[in-house]
Write a protein that binds this ligand. Structure first.
Ligand code: ATP
Ligand code: FE
Length: 339
């Protein structure tokens, strides 16, 4: 079967065409307009989706070498995300389903980040076996999920405040880096000493996280140092990035270890934009060898927001006959267990 999926939950407009679980195309248009504001401006995001959606779908179909008439189903991201952004794909895909008279499938974005491991293409042939421990780390989420089957998931830990990507972006901003700061911190950290500065690791119960404490720790430390030396950040940028990243990675991987011990699950599948981070990748490789884990990290294309991950969920939903109808509304807040 051929499926067209569209993702518009935040600031990337994306369309993908799948033949069963195989990706034929995955086009992403990233909105650059938000950079100057240092964060996503919801109103501007929905306007840009409105402009991008037709050309992005056009490109996805062309690259896949099919036309609208070949499609067997259409899918959209139902939530979670920014309401004005979600509405764009929601209304557009509903109209397509109506005019082509084919099934409509609403997809949970967070299920997408986890099931992205099942996308098949030339760069990703293997997928994790159930049950696995899903780790979603992005600009908006930090979650540990026990995944028993495609649609049997349980959140066993999550952040109580900021997401890990948010911590990268906010601390990067304090270091004077442009938004989103995650990739640049990653680069600069490679030249720095991760043990140079010590930042507080918040003590959080069970498998939950807190990243706002780390942010505050960095803020107070910088305020103190800048008082003594106004050029402190400039002179120590690499070490600051390395030490911050070291701490953030440690907070994350300590909890992954704990979750694996508690659940006895040794298959770990990471997703979300922050999984691009080379510190996290290295540490997980190390841990995997030490603890006999089987670690899965999808190609970068499927880590940040993309429609391919929406299409793969839609494919499984098609197989399970989980369809939506025209009453399906966008959900800004949407639990990972919801459809
Ligand atoms: P969500 O998926 O929760 O809705 P989002 O769409 O903002 O949030 P993604 O697109 O998955 O999240 O990821 C973006 C985040 O990933 C940003 O916070 C960015 O700084 C971070 N990021 C990207 N690359 C890296 C990297 N190499 N190191 C650290 N963080 C990174
Ligand atoms: Fe996302």
């Amino acid at each position: 079967i051929f499926i067209l999926a569209v993702e518009s939950s935040c600031d990337d407009t994306s369309a993908a065409v799948f033949k069963n679980e195989h990706k034929l195309s995955n086009i992403v248009s990233t909105q650059e307009i938000h950079e100057i504001y240092g964060g996503v401006v919801p109103e501007l995001a929905s306007r840009a989706h409105q402009q991008n959606i037709v050309p992005v779908i056009d490109q996805a179909l062309k690259k896949a070498g099919i036309t609208l008439q070949d499609l067997d189903a259409v899918a959209f991201t139902k939530g979670p995300g920014l309401m004005g952004s979600l509405l764009v794909a929601n209304s557009f895909i509903k109209s397509l389903s109506l005019s082509l008279n084919i099934p409509l499938i609403g997809v949970n974005h967070m299920q997408g980040h986890l099931l992205a491991h099942f996308i098949k293409d030339e760069n990703q042939e293997n997928s994790p076996d159930f049950p696995f421990l899903g780790v979603t780390i992005s600009g908006g989420h930090t979650q540990l999920v026990k995944v028993t089957n495609h649609f049997e998931m349980e959140v066993i830990g999550e952040t109580l405040d900021d997401a890990i990507g948010e911590a990268f972006d906010k601390c990067g901003k304090m270091f004077g880096l442009p938004y989103p700061a995650g990739p640049e911190i990653d680069q600069l950290a490679k030249e720095g000493n991760p043990k140079k500065f010590v930042f507080a690791k918040p003590q959080v119960k069970n498998l939950d996280f807190s990243f706002s404490g780390l942010k505050t720790s960095v803020l107070y430390f910088l305020q103190r140092e800048i008082k003594k030396n106004p050029d402190f950040i400039k002179e120590n940028l690499n070490d600051l990035c390395a030490s911050f990243q070291y701490t953030a990675v440690k907070i994350l991987t300590d909890k992954i270890k704990k979750a694996s011990q508690q659940t006895q699950i040794k298959t770990i599948a990471i997703g979300g934009g922050v999984s691009a981070n080379s510190g996290i990748r290295e540490k997980l490789k190390e841990d995997a060898e030490k603890r006999d884990w089987n670690v899965f990290i999808p190609p970068f294309e499927y880590c940040t927001d993309n429609a391919a991950m929406i299409a793969i969920v839609a494919y499984f939903k098609y197989k399970y006959s989980y369809f939506s109808d025209l009453t399906s509304i966008a959900q800004a807040r949407f639990k990972i267990t919801e459809h």
